[in-house]
Design a protein around this ligand. Structure first.
Ligand code: NAP
Ligand code: MN
Length: 258
């Protein structure tokens, strides 16, 4: 077995904390617990907990792999349910998993680089947000509305779904630009559809009226302070997931939404 050290990141609720204790008691017999330099991170909670776990180790993605156990219904980043925790322990101890990579968005603003597993968005719920949109070096449109969102394929089932963006097969290397309440009438025009782009493209967003506008990246947010460009790329960095068992995307869709 290639991995030696592990960590568990649990959601702060009773069910997840208890499950963490059970997993740790079982795994401590064969593996070493190390929260600073783990090879494997077990996320206990929901998809939101997995987002948190990935960001907790964002500087160590090249050496860490993730696996998720859900304490609610099956999620999109979690392959086990809470009553399957003993199977997860056995799989970690006995099986050689496949490594499945998921894409990250790289968001450049000022000197900073942020990474998104689900999505980035520029949002404003006080006044209509004006954003010039460029796809690579081509001008597309001047958007007006509440904001714009760019998601990865595995983030397409999150916020993007609530604004009627298309759902993407989770291992497609693509990013999707979706509108948040775009204004579309005789004076102002915006595309009105989600736009799915391949990895050779990047997106430049120039926020013209940036007052009250917020840049959100997964769980984090910052206020925009001037109209500097926000650049969005599909990153060369990826997040590695341990795939001990195959859970189909269609099955996840059915369990989550139907
Ligand atoms: P949250 O408010 O608990 O998350 C909202 C819901 O999104 C939760 O049910 C969460 O699942 C689910 N979710 C997260 N990633 C997903 C994915 N890739 N596919 C399908 N569902 C997913 O907040 P959070 O747990 O901190 O998660 C932050 C995320 O919430 C953001 O990245 C954004 O996508 C999403 N969000 C959505 C809306 C919206 O739909 N209007 C608004 C704000 C934020 P779990 O219950 O399993 O954690
Ligand atoms: Mn959540």
């Amino acid at each position: 077995m290639f991995m030696k050290k592990y960590a568990i990141i649990a959601k702060r609720d009773e069910k997840s904390e208890k499950l963490k204790t059970k997993l740790k008691d079982a795994l401590d017999r064969t593996l070493e617990y190390d929260e600073e330099e783990p090879d494997i991170v077990i996320s206990v909670g929901g998809d939101g907990t997995m987002l948190y776990s990935v960001h907790r180790y964002i500087d160590k993605l090249e050496s860490v792999s993730f696996v998720g156990i859900h304490t609610g219904t099956l999620g999109f980043y979690t392959d086990y349910l809470s009553d399957e925790w003993q199977q997860l322990v056995l799989d970690i101890q006995m099986k050689d998993p496949e490594i499945v990579e998921r894409d990250l968005l790289e968001v450049h603003y000022h000197e900073d680089v942020f990474y998104a597993l689900n999505e980035m968005r520029i949002e404003n719920n006080r006044r209509s947000q004006v954003i010039d949109v460029y796809i690579s070096d081509e001008y597309l449109e001047t958007f007006r509305g509440n904001g714009l969102l760019v998601c990865t394929s595995s983030g397409s089932t999150a916020y993007n779904k609530s604004i009627y963006g298309a759902l993407l097969s989770p291992h497609m290397r693509a990013m999707e630009l979706s509108e948040i309440a775009g204004i579309n009438h005789n004076a102002y025009r915006c595309l009105g559809s989600s736009l799915i782009l391949d990895e050779t493209k990047y997106i430049l967003l120039n926020t013209l009226n940036y007052r009250n506008s917020v840049l959100c990246v997964d769980l984090d947010s910052i206020e925009l302070t001037d109209n500097e460009l926000v650049e969005v790329y599909l990153s060369d960095r990826t997040v590695r997931f341990l795939d001990y068992r195959e859970v189909s995307f269609i099955e996840r869709l059915k369990r989550a939404f139907l």
